[in-house]
Design a protein around this ligand. Structure first.
Ligand SMILES: O=c1ccn([C@@H]2O[C@H](COP(=O)(O)OP(=O)(O)O[C@H]3O[C@H](CO)[C@@H](O)[C@H](O)[C@H]3O)[C@@H](O)[C@H]2O)c(=O)[nH]1
Ligand SMILES: [Mn+2]
Length: 729
């Protein structure tokens, strides 16, 4: 021991490329000031012109302010590194128990075989199995999912020893067998093929039954667990079903090599129409309580059902933070980035979130703590349950023992069930001071923020090998709807009178408050963007100039601010592993999100303030039919079914085209003078046309099922023509 015990379990490094960044920051700041000076000193005379000008100025002030927020999160990103060998050396005997929560809610859009792969991958962590407990929450209360998990519990007896023996990575059987090649040496190959076949059999059965939509009577008879589904009335209304499928405490339950197994629990909490179930937050809180009775581990990991473990060391990595002698005790949670396995080369829908994960969140980490982003996060149970951080807080890992009173499995099931009933939370602090927060579409961000307000720190950790891989949306609409949920939830948090951002002033540093605002105010961008993509175009048609002429020196700050920002963004995007085309696609999504998702989020927030709506949680689909998947892989934009969001996108695209053509006509008639006067507005229009190319294609040139629905086309054409006529007359 001696010296080695004082060495830290993790270290922190900050990014190096600072000088260039600071130069960029200062120069953009100067050009922003110049733009403002120009706007104020050249206020035009005419009434219409004046108001268009003032509106543009307000939009620019907002964009500048928001730009400032995006730089706060870039100020000083930090990256963490762990020393797992030191952890084993010092703590191997006293590793804490870990409870892992997997949430699923709908067997159709979250196929049971996917859920089962996630469950198997987290059961197979490189960690003492007797200290692992895996809980599956099924908000759909589906017998299909239950059947799948039952099969998985049998298969795990072979899968876990196999993972160890063959050093399998990733430990989701589906992901592993998809790419793994069979071993070459004779005795091994047999076993390898045997397990593969076992998996394939299980997969085929689960898929067949999922397709059928019901579990056959023979299977129902085989396992008494199914009896309870006879009482399940509908997905919105059912009693608690709790099954301990593997009781890790039972010495008779072992894997094929005689080693202990992790505990595996299935839970479908009670749901009744008269009680709000609070979506994922409600599911998580039920799990927190149920697990406290069964295993009560001090550390909790939660993942979404599509986020399988891709790195079997992740638990040990997370523990390097919690168990560090010097800095560990203030850490409330350790967040791993969200990464996805289905991102195509040029990421058509900008779903990879790479810049956020690799630049911005490390920036938040440096500014006072990483946000909790809902999945791939390790929490301290105490923290999640509402404990405040105090200087005296210290854990003696040798003394924490999660194990609860000795029950037989059945009695334990019965005793835990009560904790998952609808009425349990009435008149308690659950959803307020305890557990995940209720009432927000983005319960994750709000919960993390509250934890930070209670004095805890948090860590963002990006391991070399990605820790979790999930499924990103594969259609435009899915992606826009997901972003609507996020931006709506975030603005809701910001507007809430309990917003911890303003109440937590004593505990949260100013730069972290500003960093959070970058996300909480996502939706607000819609207004400035809508203004910027419509008014300059309208003014072009009416011959109203809103920017300096091309020959005027005042053009420089505009050109510099816009160009340097785009180029810096492009550099960052490529540095994070993106392609040029990917960046261009990202710009398009940025425009679409701002004009639709964020706009609807603002509208929804206003409606909620007026008392008309409540937030809901629209689950993102994790599967699509073959046709759609093929187009996704070929990176062809998917429209297909009508949506008000598409109406906005198409109307704006058509209108930009009309204005661009109108502008070109003006140039042809009056030649160079107009070009000088309206250069910026024409370029702006031209860029909008360029970025909307996939929209025109979907409108006019495509035959497949993903083209623009005819109803959207008609409505939008009428609308665009109407706006155009009003603008020109
Ligand atoms: O009533 C519900 C609704 C959802 N879920 C689960 O919540 C998870 C996330 O849902 P998903 O539709 O995949 O949402 P995403 O947009 O991908 O989720 C992101 O954003 C959410 C907040 O809006 C976070 O909760 C997630 O962790 C984060 O990955 C899934 O496992 C669902 O099964 C439930 O358990 N019960
Ligand atoms: Mn998801």
């Amino acid at each position: 021991m001696g010296r080695s015990s004082s060495l830290p379990l993790f270290e922190t490094k900050s990014s190096r490329r600072r000088l260039l960044f600071k130069f960029y920051l200062a120069s953009v700041l100067v050009s922003i000031c110049l733009i403002w000076v120009y706007r104020i000193s050249y206020l035009p005379e005419g009434l219409l012109q004046r108001w268009a000008w003032i509106g543009l100025f307000i939009a620019e002030v907002w964009i500048s302010f928001y730009w400032f927020l995006t730089q706060v999160v870039r100020w000083n990103p930090v990256y963490r590194f762990t020393f797992r060998d030191r952890l084993s050396e010092r703590h191997e005997k006293y590793l804490p128990g870990v409870d892992i929560f997997v949430c699923t809610a709908d067997p159709v859009i979250e196929p049971p075989i996917m859920v089962v792969n996630t469950v198997l991958s987290v059961m197979a962590y490189d960690y003492p199995p007797e200290k692992l407990n895996v809980y599956l929450s099924d908000d759909g209360g589906s017998d299909l999912t239950f059947y799948a998990i039952l099969e998985a519990s049998k298969f795990s007896k072979y899968w876990l020893p196999f993972c160890k023996k063959f050093n399998v990575e990733p430990r989701s059987p589906e992901a592993y067998f998809r790419s793994a090649v069979e071993p070459l040496d004779e005795p091994k190959v047999k076993e390898w093929l045997f397990i593969k076949e076992l998996y394939m059999d299980m997969k085929n059965q689960i898929e067949a039954i999922s397709k059928l939509g019901k579990v056959s009577d023979e299977i129902r008879k085989e396992h008494k667990g199914f009896r309870e589904w006879d009482f399940v009335l509908s997905q919105r209304d059912h009693q608690t079903i709790l099954k301990i499928l593997i009781d890790g405490r039972d010495p008779k339950l072992v894997d094929s090599e005689g080693q202990p197994l992790p505990t595996l629990v299935y839970l479908a909490r009670e749901k009744r129409p008269q009680y709000p179930h609070h979506f994922k937050a409600g599911a998580m809180n039920s799990l927190i309580r149920v697990s406290s009775r069964i295993s009560n581990s001090p550390i909790i990991l939660n993942v979404d059902c599509d986020m399988y473990s891709n790195n079997s060391n992740a638990i040990r990595d997370a523990l390097c933070f919690f168990m560090d002698d010097e800095k560990g005790h203030v850490i409330g949670y350790v967040q791993f980035p969200q990464t996805f396995e289905n991102i195509t080369k040029n990421d058509l829908y900008g779903s990879s979130l790479q810049v956020i994960m690799e630049v911005e969140i490390p920036g938040l980490d440096a500014n006072g703590g990483a946000p909790y982003i809902g999945t791939g996060c390790f929490h301290r149970r105490e923290t999640l349950c509402g404990k405040r951080y105090t200087k005296e807080y210290k854990v003696d890992w040798k003394k924490v023992d999660g194990k609860t009173a000795v029950y037989c499995t059945n009695a334990l099931e019965e005793a835990s069930k009560v904790l998952a009933s609808c009425s349990y939370e009435e008149n308690t602090e659950w959803g307020k001071e305890m557990g995940l927060k209720y009432g927000y579409a983005t319960e994750d961000l709000m919960t993390g923020l509250c934890i930070q307000c209670r004095g805890w720190g948090s860590i963002n950790f990006i391991p070399e090998r990605k820790a979790f891989l999930g499924v990103a949306p594969t259609t435009l609409l899915q992606s826009l709807v997901q972003h609507k949920r996020w931006s709506e939830g975030h603005l809701h948090i910001f507007l809430s009178k309990y917003c911890p951002l303003f109440h937590g002033r004593r505990t949260i540093p100013l730069k972290l408050q500003l960093s959070y605002c970058r996300y909480l105010l996502w939706a607000t961008n819609s207004l400035a963007t809508l203004y910027y993509v419509s008014v300059p175009s309208i003014c072009l048609l009416r011959g109203i100039s809103l920017f300096p002429q091309a020959s005027n020196p005042w053009i420089h700050p505009f050109a510099y601010a816009i160009l340097s920002n785009r180029i810096y963004g492009l550099g960052e995007f490529v540095w994070c592993g993106g392609t040029f085309q990917g960046w261009w696609n990202d710009q398009r999504m940025w425009l679409f999100k701002r004009t639709t998702s964020y706009f609807f989020a603002v509208v929804d927030n206003i409606l909620r303030l007026l008392g008309f709506t409540k937030s809901a949680f629209v689950i993102t689909a994790k599967v699509a039919d073959d046709d759609i998947s093929k187009r996704y892989e070929r990176e062809v934009m998917e429209f297909g079914s009508p949506s008000p969001m598409f109406n906005i996108i198409v109307t704006l695209a058509l209108f930009s085209m009309f204005c661009f053509l109108g502008g070109v006509k003006l140039i042809v008639i009056s030649q160079t003078k107009i070009l000088d006067e309206f250069a910026v507005q024409i370029i702006l229009c031209g860029l909008l046309v360029l970025i909307n190319m996939p929209v025109y294609q979907a409108l006019f040139f495509r035959e497949d099922k993903g083209r623009m629905p005819i109803s959207v086309t008609c409505k939008s054409v009428v609308f665009a023509v109407l706006v155009y006529s009003i603008a020109v007359c």
